[in-house]
Design a protein around this ligand. Structure first.
Ligand code: MTE
Ligand code: MO
Length: 363
C-alpha cells in the first residue's frame, strides 16, 4: 500500500506527465536540441552567448523528468521474463548513453574535475552525447509511432511542458545557488562551463591539441613568418626581425572545459597587415600552422589579434605553440592556432578549416 504523503506527490507527477507518445517525441526533440546546442556552443566565446548554454542546461534537466516518465512506463520490458527482444539491447544501449551524458553533465556542473588522462569530464559528456544521437535514431526506427491529435490538449499540454521547463529552470538556479553557498569548484565556472586554471606563463595551463597535431619542436633560427595573399607587399620575416612590442591580457577558453587568463606578448596582427599593405578586397585573415591546422578571422577582428611569442614574460614553450601562436580574444581555444608559419590575407572565409582542425597532423 502507498501511504499518505506520497499520494499528493504522485498526483502532481501524474498531472505534469504528457501522454506516452508526446514523452517519446519530446525526448527525441530535446536530444537533438542538446546535440546541436552543445556543438554550436563550442564556437561561442563571448558573454552575449550565455542563453545558449543556459537553455542547454535547463533542457538537459527536463530530459531527466521525461526519461523518468518513460522508464516508469517501459521498465517491465526489462524486468519481466519473456519481454526481451533483439531491439531491447538497443534500447538499453540508448538508455546507457543518455544516462552517461546526463550524469557527466550533472557532475561537471557541480564542479567535479575528474580526468581520464587528458579527457576531462566535459569531453566524456560530449562523447556520450555524440553516441546518443545515432543510437536514439536507430531506437526510433524500431518503435516508430507518430503523435496523434488526441495526445494534444492546448491547455493541458501547455501546462505540462510549462511545468517541466519551469522545474528545469528552477532546479538549475537552485544548483547554482548551492554551488555558491557550498563553494564547490563548480562555483568558479565561466558562463561556458569552463573551470579556471590559475598560474602565469607556460606552466600555468595545460597543453591541449586536437586529434593528431603534434609537430617536432621548431628551431627559431630556421623558422620564418610569411604574410601573403591580398597584399601589395608580401612579407617573409625571420624571428629576429619581428617587432615583439604588442601586449595583451586575454582569456583562453578551451572546449574541453578549462580557461586561463594570461599576459601575452608578440606581434600585433594590425601592424603586420599595415606593413604588408592590405588590398581593399581583403575580408579575412587566415592563420596557418606548420601542421596544416588553420583558422580565419574577419579582417577587422584579425587586426586586434596578436601573434604571441611570449606568455607571462616567458618565451612560449613548444607545447603552447612556439615560436608563434594566435591570441584571438573572444574566440574559443581551438581557434588560437599554434605553431603558425603563414598568414594568408583573403577575400573569402574558409569553410574547409573545420575539417582541417580535425585531420591536420595525420599523414
Ligand atoms: N596547430 C594547432 N593549434 C591548436 C591546437 C592544435 O591541435 N593544433 N589546439 C587548439 C586547442 S583545442 C586549444 S584549447 C588551444 C590550447 O592551447 P595550449 O595548448 O597552449 O593550452 O590551442 C589550439 N591551437
Ligand atoms: Mo581546446
Amino acid at each position: 500500500m502507498v501511504s499518505g504523503p506520497i499520494d499528493p506527490a504522485r498526483r502532481a507527477l501524474d498531472a505534469v506527465r504528457p501522454p506516452p507518445r508526446l514523452v517519446d517525441w519530446s525526448i527525441f526533440a530535446i536530444v537533438v536540441f542538446e546535440a546541436v546546442s552543445g556543438l554550436v556552443s563550442f564556437t561561442v566565446g563571448t558573454a552575449s552567448g550565455w542563453p545558449l548554454f543556459w537553455l542547454h542546461r535547463i533542457l538537459g534537466l527536463t530530459l531527466i523528468a521525461l526519461l523518468g516518465f518513460k522508464l516508469a512506463r517501459v521498465r517491465y520490458r526489462l524486468t519481466r521474463r519473456g519481454q526481451w527482444r533483439p531491439s531491447t539491447l538497443l534500447s538499453v544501449l540508448t538508455l546507457l548513453a543518455a544516462t552517461g551524458a546526463i550524469g557527466t553533465g550533472l557532475l561537471w556542473v557541480v564542479g567535479l574535475d575528474a580526468r581520464l588522462s587528458y579527457w576531462t569530464l566535459l569531453s566524456v559528456h560530449v562523447g556520450f552525447g555524440l553516441a546518443l544521437v545515432p543510437l536514439l535514431l536507430w531506437h526510433l526506427t524500431t518503435r516508430f509511432r507518430l503523435p496523434r491529435r488526441t495526445d494534444f490538449d492546448r491547455r493541458r499540454t501547455t501546462l505540462q511542458y510549462g511545468a517541466l521547463l519551469i522545474g528545469g529552470a528552477f532546479t538549475y538556479r537552485a544548483q547554482e545557488l548551492a554551488n555558491r553557498v557550498l563553494d564547490t569548484p563548480g562555483a568558479d565556472r565561466r558562463f561556458t562551463g569552463s573551470q579556471p586554471r590559475d598560474g602565469d606563463g607556460n606552466d600555468g595551463f595545460p597543453i591541449t591539441s586536437w586529434v593528431a597535431d603534434d609537430p617536432e619542436p621548431i628551431d627559431r633560427a630556421d623558422w620564418t613568418l610569411t604574410v601573403r595573399g591580398e597584399v601589395e607587399t608580401p612579407i617573409e620575416s625571420a624571428y629576429g626581425d619581428l617587432a615583439l612590442d604588442g601586449e595583451k591580457r586575454a582569456l583562453l577558453d578551451c572546449t574541453s572545459g578549462w580557461y586561463t587568463v594570461q599576459k601575452w606578448r608578440g606581434v600585433r596582427v594590425g601592424d603586420l597587415l599595415d606593413a604588408a599593405e592590405v588590398r581593399a578586397e581583403a575580408r579575412y585573415v587566415r592563420f596557418v600552422s606548420v601542421t596544416g591546422y588553420r583558422w580565419s578571422l574577419p579582417i577587422d577582428e584579425a587586426r586586434d589579434a596578436l601573434l604571441a611569442t611570449h606568455v607571462g614574460d616567458e618565451r612560449l614553450s613548444h607545447g603552447h605553440g612556439a615560436p608563434m601562436r594566435l591570441v584571438a580574444p573572444g574566440r574559443r581555444g581551438f581557434q588560437w592556432v599554434k605553431w603558425i608559419e603563414r598568414v594568408d590575407v583573403r577575400r573569402r572565409d574558409d569553410p574547409a578549416q573545420w575539417v582541417a582542425t580535425l585531420v591536420s597532423g595525420f599523414d
